[in-house]
Design a protein around this ligand. Structure first.
Ligand SMILES: Nc1ncnc2c1ncn2[C@@H]1O[C@H](COP(=O)(O)OP(=O)(O)OP(=O)(O)O)[C@@H](O)[C@H]1O
Ligand code: SF4
Ligand SMILES: [Mg+2]
Length: 448
């Protein structure tokens, strides 16, 4: 029995299938998205402009006929210059902890995502990293509305979708697709590949007689043979299953794909192939990605910017290369120190920050800076006051009272980000323990 089988029927649809399949499975009266009636108009299907190239009509669709023609987004229009494709403001997801034999009482809350704000721009890849349990999966499940946020706002092309109903969400869900960590669990084991791809293609409005051809083209585009439509998911390797998962996401002609550890379950050589494939698809279909991983080595080459999370909070947000060359947050430094270097001699001799101890309990997170129980630079202020997200030069944000790798001048020029948590204190950072002989004790108020 697979993980998919073992889920109760309602969760099978709600959790382990991507939004397009969930909608497709709904009775027509429950959601127009589930009927053939609500498929985008002919303009969004690529009008069966099959090209000889792999990808067929997919390659012609996105730029001209895609989102602008979609009835769900036309009122907002295409993303205006400077308007993020997706943005979140002070987003929180707290899971209630219940106890009691006869009556459920709430005895606590898991702080899975706690006051998180960021923006993603068209064509961008935003990497999200952090240790197991820091809230990465919860965050992207909230973004695609598989979970309802406790508070805060999610905007897609500027439109607030935080509380949108299924009917209003249906066209947006076709623009936002999700690829799951475990391709075995996310593909329905009782459906053949042809059926798995047919559902989203029909949802996009592809005429029934063209579905098989488009399915074959999609499979070829993700590097699979087109003649596997009659096979079941268990007949493929993990890498092939992940390619099928990517093909399924592409089938609805999305603008944004949220990838939850898409290569963690694959061995290293296959990881590289899948990452290269995602890279090519991004250029070809003008996709934006949110790419979740638990270590910094995977996201380095795919991300434009990287978000580092710890215990539900943002610790650092930075252009990708800058995060590796100049990590400001002690937690980021520790994550970087955990990346193995292939040469064992270099690996042994290098000095690296290590994180001691286990992550604290997210039901009762530490006061002040959540990282203070494990941080080698923690002082009293860290235990009592939550640091604001502070913006340094180059769009580099970090939430730390004692930032690393920055000079007094850089601290003086830094500003408090409006993405700071509401619970953060007013105090800006001071410099201690830069560890390389530069000025290390200046206290500089953050400009507001
Ligand atoms: N449905 C739920 N009910 C209660 N707590 C939950 C639920 N889902 C997740 N959590 C808790 O929320 C926190 C964040 O979990 P999440 O799965 O988002 O972490 P993650 O960063 O994706 O971890 P991993 O790298 O292991 O996948 C964890 O403490 C987890 O136990
Ligand atoms: S605020 Fe303090 S405890 Fe938190 S990361 Fe910075 S130095 Fe460490
Ligand atoms: Mg996860």
């Amino acid at each position: 029995m697979t993980e998919h089988d073992s889920l109760p029927p309602d969760r099978r649809d709600a959790d382990s299938l991507p939004p397009d399949e969930r909608d497709a499975g709904a009775p027509p009266d429950a959601d127009a998205g589930g009927s053939g009636d609500d498929v985008p108009d002919a303009g969004t299907t690529g009008e069966g402009t099959p090209s000889a190239s792999p990808g067929g009509s997919m390659s012609g669709a996105p730029a001209e006929a895609g989102p602008a023609a979609d009835p769900g987004t036309s009122s907002e229009g295409a993303t205006a210059e400077g308007t993020p494709l997706l943005s979140v403001e002070h987003l929180r997801m707290l899971f209630p902890i219940k106890a009691g034999l006869l009556v459920d009482r709430q005895v606590g809350q898991v702080h899975a995502v706690d006051d998180v704000s960021f923006a993603l721009y068209e064509g961008e890849t935003l990497g999200i990293v952090g240790e197991s349990g820091c809230g990465k999966t919860t965050l992207i499940r909230v973004l695609v509305r598989l979970l309802d946020a406790t508070s805060g706002a999610i905007r897609f092309r500027g439109r607030d979708i935080t509380r949108s109903g299924r009917r209003e969400l249906a066209p947006i869900r076709r623009e936002m697709q999700m690829v799951f960590q475990d391709p075995q669990a996310s593909l329905n084991p009782r459906k053949r590949v042809g059926q798995i791809l047919a559902t989203p293609l029909r949802l996009r409005g592809v005429p029934r007689e063209q579905v098989a051809r488009e399915s074959r083209e999609l499979l070829q585009r993700v590097g699979m043979a087109g003649d596997v439509l009659n096979r079941f998911p268990h007949e493929f390797s993990g890498g092939q299953r992940q390619r099928i998962g990517i093909a399924r996401a592409l089938a609805v002609d999305p603008r944004l794909i949220l990838l939850d550890e898409p290569v963690s379950a694959l061995d290293v050589s296959i990881q590289a192939q899948v990452i290269n494939l995602l890279d090519e698809l991004q250029d070809e279909f003008r996709l934006s990605y949110v790419f979740v991983a638990h270590d910094l080595s995977v996201v380095r080459h795919v991300s434009d910017r990287i978000v580092v999370m710890y215990l539900g909070k943002l610790m650092e947000v930075s252009p990708a290369e800058q995060l590796y060359s100049k990590p400001i947050h002690p937690y980021t430094q520790a994550l970087l120190g955990a990346i193995p270097i292939p040469d064992p001699r270099v690996n042994r001799s290098r000095q690296r920050a290590v994180i001691s101890g286990e992550p604290p309990n997210p039901i009762n997170p530490p006061s002040g800076c959540r990282f203070h129980t494990r941080c080698p630079h923690a002082t009293e202020v860290c235990r009592t006051i939550e640091p604001p997200l502070t913006e340094y030069a180059g769009g580099h944000l970090a939430a730390c009272h004692h930032p690393q790798n920055v000079t007094a001048g850089e601290v003086a020029a830094a500003t408090r980000s409006d993405q700071s948590p509401l619970s953060a204190g007013a105090e800006g950072p001071s410099l201690i323990a830069a560890g390389d002989g530069r000025e290390t004790s200046a206290t500089a108020p953050v400009q507001r």
